[in-house]
Every structure is written in structure tokens, then in C-alpha cells.
Design a protein around this ligand. Structure first.
Ligand SMILES: CC(C)(COP(=O)(O)OP(=O)(O)OC[C@H]1O[C@@H](n2cnc3c(N)ncnc32)[C@H](O)[C@@H]1OP(=O)(O)O)[C@@H](O)C(=O)NCCC(=O)NCCS
Length: 151
């Protein structure tokens, strides 16, 4: 059974293998442990971890300011993708944001990332585009699509 639990900075070492496995290195989207640490040092930042027994299968990091929450990171280990683990993490993030009285959850996703279908499937809608936001190994500069979920 998959369990979603709240984590903290002491869990960074356990999520880093997922960071390396889940994210395509061509786009430089994965965070370093230092970036995770500086995010999780902020009080209004939450790490959720998806576990099955003792295995860590996925994680998400979100942060809120006043009534707006941003999903900063979400990843599921490659060989367990498309098994609704990401959905469990995202639904728990939505639930926590609702309990915290946030009015909107938003995120940025690279244009062309299949994750856009994942977000749309949950109910996120595209609301904006940031041109050439990402760098990729092939020299192209993909746009970021801003997506929003009204709580
Ligand atoms: C995005 C991610 C977190 C989704 O997690 P997941 O556990 O694989 O997703 P789920 O199984 O909950 O997917 C739910 C639905 O979302 C959609 N979806 C998920 N992944 C998809 C994909 N690669 N292509 C198309 N649709 C997808 C499907 O509708 C899916 O339902 P279905 O499998 O019954 O068709 C995962 O693919 C991942 O770690 N990707 C790499 C890291 C990344 O890009 N993160 C997002 C950065 S913005």
C-alpha cells in the first residue's frame, strides 16, 4: 500500500535518488540537495513523500505565500510511474492547501513535458507562458507553461 507522509530536511538524502531517476537530465530541472535544503529551510514549505513499506517512490515539494501555494517539484521513480503515485501526492498537496485556506495552487511546467497531461488530468488549467524559461542540452530554450488549480 502506498502511504503519503510529510517529510523534512532530514529526508533529502532519501529523495535525491528519485530526483536523479525521475527527471530527464537534458533539461536541468532536477534540484541539487543544496537547493532542496534551502527550500525546506523555509517555514512555509512542505515535503511529501510517497512510500510503500520502506521504499521511497516519489515526493513533492510545495511552498505557500499568503493564499497562494506553488508546487515546486514532483517526481516519481521511473519504474513506478503511471501507477497513480503522482496523483496521490498531488491530491494530498491540494488537500493540505485547502485546509490551509489557500485559494490557488499553481506550478510551472516545461512546454512539451508529458507532466502537463498529468496536471490537466487532475484539473489544472494553463494560465500563462514564460518564453524560453528552460535551457536544454540541444540548445533549445523551451517555454514554461504556468498552470493553476483553483481551490
Ligand atoms: C509527472 C509525474 C510526477 C506523474 O506521476 P505518475 O505517478 O506517473 O502519474 P499518475 O500515475 O498519477 O498519472 C495520472 C494520470 O496523469 C496522466 N499522465 C501521467 N503521466 C503521463 C505521461 N507521461 N503521459 C501522458 N499522460 C500522463 C494520465 O492521464 C494518467 O492516468 P492514466 O495512467 O490512467 O492514463 C511523473 O511522471 C514524473 O515523475 N515525471 C518526471 C518528473 C517531472 O517531469 N515532474 C514534473 C515537473 S513539472
Amino acid at each position: 500500500m502506498i502511504e503519503i507522509v510529510e517529510g523534512d530536511a532530514t529526508d533529502i538524502a532519501t529523495i535525491m535518488p528519485i530526483m536523479s531517476d525521475a527527471f530527464d537530465p537534458a533539461f536541468g530541472e532536477a534540484w541539487t540537495a543544496a537547493q532542496c535544503l534551502s527550500a525546506l529551510a523555509m517555514p512555509d514549505c512542505r515535503l511529501l513523500i510517497a512510500k510503500a513499506d520502506d521504499a521511497v517512490l516519489g515526493f513533492s515539494i510545495s511552498r505557500w505565500v499568503l493564499d497562494t501555494e506553488e508546487l515546486l517539484m514532483i517526481g516519481v521513480v521511473k519504474d513506478r510511474q503511471r501507477q497513480k503515485i503522482g496523483s496521490l501526492l498531488l491530491i494530498e498537496t491540494i488537500k493540505n492547501a485547502t485546509i490551509g485556506n489557500r485559494s490557488q495552487l499553481f506550478l510551472e511546467c516545461r512546454d512539451g513535458n508529458n507532466a502537463m497531461d498529468f496536471y490537466s488530468n487532475i484539473g489544472f488549467e494553463p494560465i500563462g507562458r514564460r518564453k524560453n524559461y528552460y535551457n536544454s542540452d540541444d540548445g533549445l530554450r523551451p517555454d514554461a507553461i504556468t498552470m493553476s488549480y483553483i481551490l
